[in-house]
Design a protein around this ligand. Structure first.
Ligand code: NAP
Ligand code: F7E
Length: 330
């Protein structure tokens, strides 16, 4: 039987890599997009014509039911979310609507239309927040530190609840930070690699950042979408931590990115309190043992290679785009 997948959030970083992976595996792929007043398909331009795009929104229950009913997918990957942590303090209610009730709407749509659809839910290491143990596993208690983290805890447990209540094949991937040249410019890795490219090319003379001491377990998005797919191919649904098991500080990130172009970061980086958060997640490091043992998953790209890949891609992009057309990172 041909495999059909729906991806919510296909215009985002992970959605674009997952669509590529599923197409390679012979899936029919349908992406859910919400209406925008200007095109935002830059991450999937190369896939236009290969994937079907359907309008739907996590805020609109009927639109989700309609697309599931029309497509009759075997798998549904719920990647759509408000994913930028600082924005969740500005819009806590909307964050909950997307990341908490939005998940319930997807689950309820599957329950109403076809209980056999397998669901992947995008949970997050931000749920660990003020960490209760190091490294974090599937059994580590949650202590979220932002409205985003809180909203993802709801999304996580409502997924577990539908699995236990209705027998849905629903998996939650607790993914640690994963990045790529397609990462949004407001996230710290991309902000740094874009900043390095501009400085190297003489288009900027400094880069303002917040907390340089924060530590994250950073991996490559292309590796992480593979884990999502693997979860839905198992005999039983379950939840998995996906991480590299190695953490670096923002300072390490800055050092690696400037080193790639032969510059000393201390001459260019300024700390601006405007980028500090009301409550910080200081140190995340995941234990991917279960994903490794049960799924056979491992990360192929390490931190140094990831940062080099991102710096190189930004150098090429900034060098080839007229300055007026290069968006400003937040
Ligand atoms: P992203 O680049 O910010 O993409 C988010 C996607 O969600 C975009 O396609 C966006 O569409 C869509 N979306 C937002 N609100 C929507 C709504 N109401 N209805 C329909 N679509 C909506 O995020 P990402 O990095 O790919 O992350 C994918 C998922 O994994 C998210 O759920 C995120 O919270 C989670 N996650 C990410 C990481 C990470 O490190 N990247 C780690 C753990 C978990 P527009 O293009 O229209 O805005
Ligand atoms: O921040 C520090 C900041 O915004 C990482 C999302 O994908 O991963 C992501 O959330 C760290 C934080 O990602 C700046 O304080 C310093 O400690 O790149 P980020 P995030 O908040 O970890 C999780 C797993 C998700 O689920 C989310 O969806 O970097 N930092 N200076 C800065 N961060 C930003 N953005 N900008 C700065 O100037």
């Amino acid at each position: 039987m041909s495999k059909r997948a729906i991806i919510s959030g296909i215009t985002g970083q992970d959605g674009s890599y997952l669509a590529e992976l599923l197409l390679d595996k012979g899936y029919e792929v349908t992406g859910i997009i919400r209406r925008a007043s200007a095109p935002n398909l830059w991450r999937i331009e190369h896939l236009i014509g290969k994937v079907a795009l359907r309008p739907a929104d996590l805020l609109d229950q009927l639109s989700l039911m309609r697309v599931i009913d029309d497509v009759r997918p075997t798998e549904f990957y719920n990647l759509a979310a408000m994913s930028f942590v600082p924005a969740s303090w500005d819009q806590p209610m909307l964050t909950g609507e997307f990341n908490s009730q939005g998940v319930t709407r997807v689950l309820e749509a599957i329950r109403q239309v076809d209980l056999k659809v397998r669901l992947y839910q995008a949970s997050s290491s931000e749920m660990f927040g003020k960490v209760r143990e190091v490294p974090q596993t599937e059994l580590t208690p949650f202590y979220p530190r932002s409205p985003y983290g809180v909203s993802k805890v709801f999304g996580h447990y409502i997924t577990v609840n539908y699995r236990e209540s209705y027998g849905l094949f629903a998996c939650s991937g607790i993914l640690f930070n994963h990045e790529s040249p397609r990462r949004g410019l407001e996230f710290v890795t991309r902000k740094v690699t874009d900043g390095v490219a501009r400085i190297k090319l003489g288009l900027a003379d400094s880069l303002s950042l917040g907390n340089l001491d924060a530590c994250r377990d950073w991996g490559f998005a292309g590796d992480y979408v593979r884990a999502m797919w693997m979860m839905l191919q198992q005999d039983q649904p379950d939840d998995y931590v996906v991480a590299t098991g190695i953490a670096h500080s923002v300072r390490d990130l800055v050092d690696a990115a400037f080193a790639r172009v032969g510059l000393d970061w201390q001459k260019y980086v300024r700390v601006d309190p405007a980028f500090l958060r009301p409550a910080e997640v200081d140190h995340l490091i995941g234990d991917p043992a279960k994903a490794r043992t049960v799924l056979g998953w491992h990360a192929n790209v390490d931190f140094k290679r990831l940062i080099e890949m991102m710096v190189d891609a930004d150098l090429e992009r900034v060098a080839s785009a007229p300055p007026a057309r290069i968006g400003n990172p937040a």
